[in-house]
Every structure is written in structure tokens, then in C-alpha cells.
Write a protein that binds this ligand. Sequence first.
Ligand code: ADP
Ligand code: MG
Length: 278
Amino acid sequence: MSHDWPGPSPVTELRTEGLVHRYADGGVRALDGVDLHVAAGERVAIVGQNGSGKTTLVRHLNGLLRPTEGRVTVDGTDAAGLTIAQLASRVGLVFQDPDRQIFAGSVRSEVEFGPRNLGRAGAELRDAVSRALEATGLAGEEATNPYDLGQSRRKLLALASVLAMRTPVLVLDEPTTGQDARGLERVRTVIESAASEGRTVIAISHDMRFVAESFERVIVMRAGAIILDGSASHVFAADAWDALASTHLEPPLAAAIGQRLDLGSTPTDASLIRALGP
Ligand SMILES: Nc1ncnc2c1ncn2[C@@H]1O[C@H](COP(=O)(O)OP(=O)(O)O)[C@@H](O)[C@H]1O
Ligand SMILES: [Mg+2]
């Protein structure tokens, strides 16, 4: 499979049709017929209580899991006919738990691994690695053993190692969990710059403020199904709060206050402060 490198990312459109996943014979039906279309360049957040199927869904997008029923297509091609390596060049997935992803003995070799596997070498490889380290605040840590980084920086390392592959689709499984304010800001910036390059970003998160501020589309899952799918202002609007509550979510505080003040469900901080008066 060819890759456009390092030029503009190829357009990648993802689709799931009637996607069902059962973990074992007679086991839990973790996905119960999910139909999802994500166009190239969208920024999509997936939310829902623990166990609702978010991780199971995104793991189908790069072939780590294969459907029990239904199918996944990438640019119209059934993913069943694509190898993990072919899918990996299109869809980069950052695991929720970095310790399940990180295996190398140094930050540099960890971040080099993915792009090297895609055939990058020399100056291209060095450039991809240094840009990914810069974006995640890990420049200068090239020789560090990943296990000497704290948990939150290990998460950023896992992100860097996928960023360096410059896949047209970036999938982040709970990138904000355990991040301090600086880490959160790095994650936000990475998402913004990926989106500004036309790349698709799909992220699972429990942080509704982060979701409202960084994503244009929000998908709400419950019991293996999508129960809401729309813009952040639609999903956090008052008439959707019961559906959110049914999967143990609350709208961001700004949405709750904004609607009381007739500022809509995605008010800016500035508009909220202005509404409080002089
Ligand atoms: N490896 C696995 N083996 C068996 N069941 C699993 C496995 N991973 C997840 N499950 C089950 O599948 C369902 C969906 O899990 P998951 O996709 O991890 O949800 P979420 O990411 O929304 O928390 C849950 O009932 C969970 O217990
Ligand atoms: Mg999960």
C-alpha cells in the first residue's frame, strides 16, 4: 500500500455497518449493531459510561478487533480484506493504557518504531520523530527509558509514537485521563494541529468540557449502541440531558449555565463571564 509522505495526508473515510462484537461464544455483546460514518477531517468525541463499548468500537477501526457481524470499511474497502499493517498506515490508535502500548527501551526508539515500520528512514524519520516529540513536550527525553517518565508523560509518549506515523486518522482512547493541566493543553494542541492538517481525530473521553471545546461532533454510547450523535451544541442541549443521564453523563457545567442564561449549550467562557454583568 502506498502512503503519501510527507505531503498532505490521503483522505480517509470510515464506516461501520451493523457492527456487532461478541468477546466470546455466549459472552457479552459489547457492540450491538453500530452504524457509523466518519468523514475525512471530522473531529469526533465518543462518550458513555464504562463498559458501553467505546474501546471495542474504536479497536475495530484499525483491525485490532474484527467484527463478529457487520463490517468496517476504510475508504469504501472492507477492512476484512486489509491487513493490520495496511490499516495501521491509515488509522493510528493510541491505547488508553500506555503500558499496553509502550515496549521500547528509550523514548526515541519507541517513537521511531511506527514510522520505521511504514518505511520511513533518514531525514524523513528524524523529522517525524522530532515533530512528534516537540508536540507532546518530550523533546530532550530521547534517551530516557519510558518507565522513568511518569504515567501522564508515558501517555503523551504513546501519543507521540502514533503521531509520528502521520496517519490520516488519529484515534485516542481516553487521552485526557490522568493528565494535569499542561498535559491536557498538549493533547488539545495536538488535536487542533491534526485537525488543521485535515486529519480525522476520534477521541474517547469522560471530560465533557474537553469534549465540548475540542470536538465538533459528539457520539454518545450506551450498552453497545449509539444513542445520540450530533454537534456538541445538540448533544449538550437540555432536551438531550435525560439521554446523557441514562449513560451516567452530565453535560459540561458551561452547557448547564449557558442554557439558563439563554447563551446556548456551548457558550464561551468570555460570554459566560460577560453575562454575569459588570
Ligand atoms: N477483552 C475483553 N474480553 C471480554 N469482555 C470484554 C473485553 N473487553 C471489554 N469487554 C466487555 O465489553 C463491554 C464493552 O467494553 P469496552 O468496549 O471496554 O467499553 P468502554 O470502553 O466503553 O468502557 C464491557 O461489558 C466489557 O466488560
Ligand atoms: Mg474504554
